[in-house]
Design a protein around this ligand. Structure first.
Ligand SMILES: C[S@@+](CC[C@H](N)C(=O)[O-])C[C@H]1O[C@@H](n2cnc3c(N)ncnc32)[C@H](O)[C@@H]1O
Length: 278
């Protein structure tokens, strides 16, 4: 019997490439960062963004990152031939993102010059006011609650000794990383993503990279809470677990108590589908 041709409605990948992405966990060790983006305390690698964008979109489609930081998602869009729009609250990070995007364009083919790669300085909560094009995919990562302000964090201790590096994102009250109360933070975060729904094409996916948070000897299951709460607005499909295996282990709690070195993030997949029963 003749083999049926592979009809791919979602992306431009071959069946082999598609299958590779279907594993529910992966190891991705970030390559070294450009000097100007080190200032930002928590960026994800462009290379990781590109893998997701190439799975969840076709060339020429539009990707939104409502908290774009220093522009990793937009760089990944340019490299993969997608249009990208990012929103960032901190004007300094938005400025770095614009520069990073321009540098990336200069290093790519003239085709890439035709792609939209726009950084809007603004509040993700007001995304609907920014005249965005219809969105085919959302790829993003929020502040992990107010974790950057936690005293004990090892990476933060190192950053405090370097005046050129930020320890947290900003002092802006609209910055979700400044909300102290966990439930208030969670509610606002869910609100940001829920308000994007009218901007997102039906059938499109959202990927949100997030971690469970440890604070004062307690776990706040941010990834799981977000999965549950946001399921009111989008269908939760599943997670892919991003593991890092190039980080030196610290002896937290050794001899006394179980405290893990948390070296994984949840990449939560949601889909814009009609509500149940519709
Ligand atoms: C985890 S970082 C994102 C980093 C980004 N993925 C990158 O690779 O550079 C979260 C970002 O959200 C921004 N942010 C916090 N509250 C925001 C809001 N209300 N609207 C837009 N951006 C916000 C912070 O300034 C920070 O840059």
């Amino acid at each position: 019997m003749a083999k049926r041709p592979f009809r791919n409605r979602l992306n431009d990948l071959s069946p082999k490439e598609w299958l590779k992405f279907q594993k529910s966990w992966f190891i991705h060790n970030p390559p070294p960062r450009r000097k100007d983006v080190i200032r930002h305390p928590a960026k994800f690698p462009e290379t990781l963004a590109q893998e997701f964008i190439e799975f969840f979109t076709k060339r020429g489609q539009v990707v939104l990152d409502p908290m774009v930081g220093t522009g990793s998602t937009l760089v990944a869009c340019l490299r993969s031939g997608r249009h990208g729009v990012g929103i960032e609250l901190n004007p300094d990070y938005a400025g770095i993102a614009r520069q990073v995007v321009e540098d990336e364009r200069a290093s790519l083919s003239p085709e890439a010059a035709k792609l939209r790669a726009e950084v809007i300085t603004g509040d993700a909560m007001h995304a609907a006011e920014y005249d965005l094009p219809p969105v085919d995919y959302v790829f993003t990562s929020p502040p992990y609650w107010d974790m950057l302000r936690a005293r004990g964090a090892q990476t933060q201790r190192q950053r405090r000794t370097r005046p050129d590096l930020d320890v947290y994102y900003s002092d802006d009250p609209a910055d979700l990383g400044n909300i102290e109360d966990y439930q208030v933070f969670l509610g606002r975060l869910v609100d940001v993503y829920a308000r994007l729904r009218p901007l997102i094409r039906p059938g499109a996916y959202l990927t949100i990279i997030v971690k469970n948070v440890k604070k004062g000897g307690r776990i706040y299951p941010l990834a799981w809470d977000l999965g549950k709460r946001l399921s009111q607005f989008y269908t939760l499909k599943d997670e892919r677990i991003w593991c890092q295996d190039n980080i030196r282990l610290a002896p937290y709690g050794m001899g006394n108590a179980w405290v893990s070195n948390t070296l994984h993030h949840y990449c939560l997949q949601f889909r814009h589908e009609p509500p149940d029963g519709a």
